[in-house]
Write a protein that binds this ligand. Sequence first.
Ligand code: NAD
Length: 369
Amino acid sequence: MPRKPKIKPPTPQSRRVGYAIVGLGELSVEELIPAARTSKESYVAALVTSELDKGVEFARALGLKDSDVYTYDDFEHLSGRDDVEAVYIVLPNSLHREFITRAAKMGKHIVSEKPLGMNAKDAQKIVDVCKKAGVLLMTAYRCQYSPHHWAARDAVQGGTLGRVKLLDSMHVQVEDDPTVWRLQQELAGGGPLPDVGIYSLNTLRFVTGQEPEWVFATLHQPKKDRRFREVEESVSFMLGFPEGVTANCHTSYGAFKTDTLRVMGDAGTLLMDPAFTYEGLKLSIETKEGTMTPSFPAYDQFGLEFDHFAQRVRDGKTPWTPGEEAVQDHVIMDAIYESAKTGKVVKLKSVTKKDAFRGTKPTLPSEKS
Ligand code: NAD
């Protein structure tokens, strides 16, 4: 009897979901395209870029045809490509809505990078457009597909830490190129808050499964520094979760790279440091029994994200992080900016349902130890 192969054969290309990657910037080139190439249920079928030559060179290296490369003006030509079932928008934030709208009109399912829009109103319009067109929309909150983050969530919600009392999170980095689109309000919609601070906000909502009831924030914008003429350098914000649980967060483009998450309960403390990097996440959970440092088989957050969405394209179910999840982040970020401007606590609409804005749970690679 021949032995059964131990490794499951990859899904044939014909059954995988073909993606068009829209925007060939750093994230696409360094992370997304390599991740899609190792994915089991997705593949890159087309590229959309303003730089046709760069796109063609890149397509050839990927084994695609020159005709698989489209310019932004040619984007609608994808409507004739049945093999392109989904598009992944990886453009500056202000362009997300335009390209999502154009993709939805073609009937393509859509993954968009974070932040979904420029503010809550813009993000809600994006959700509405996709609903009307009957296409799926997922916001690329990669950490919500990471086994480390799910283990943190299980510890928080499963009682390992006792009753959760306090949380804190930081995501800061130095942005030193004054010409980058991230420092232009019209392209970015804000400074570090919608770019990196959003990780703290989104992850705190994810690990607790709850929504804040109020926010309080301060902001620093040294306009004499040419980098911060249009957007803030730093934001410090507090989030008030139900039952008096309070979170303290910092985000900045002016401080050396730090990304952490801490949850303090009456029977234990959880620390992730780093908490938001692409690789090398570290989780430790300390209780009176000792310190646990769970480890996991190697995984790629972007690959897991691609495959989760491919599964939803196949079964038509709502992805775990749909557009609504991003609208809620925008509602809270808008309130953070309002609080920083007025110096007052801003109350938020009460949401009592757990995971109120999320869809179908992702399947995770199993824990090693
Ligand atoms: P980038 O600057 O490296 O690339 C942006 C791409 O958009 C380039 O291909 C550029 O040519 C194109 N573009 C089109 N119009 C442009 C314009 N008017 N100005 C500037 N560029 C223009 O940016 P990036 O780091 O790849 O970020 C793209 C998106 O991905 C953003 O929404 C960002 O928030 C998000 N992002 C997410 C993560 C993550 O971990 N999920 C990490 C980095 C970036």
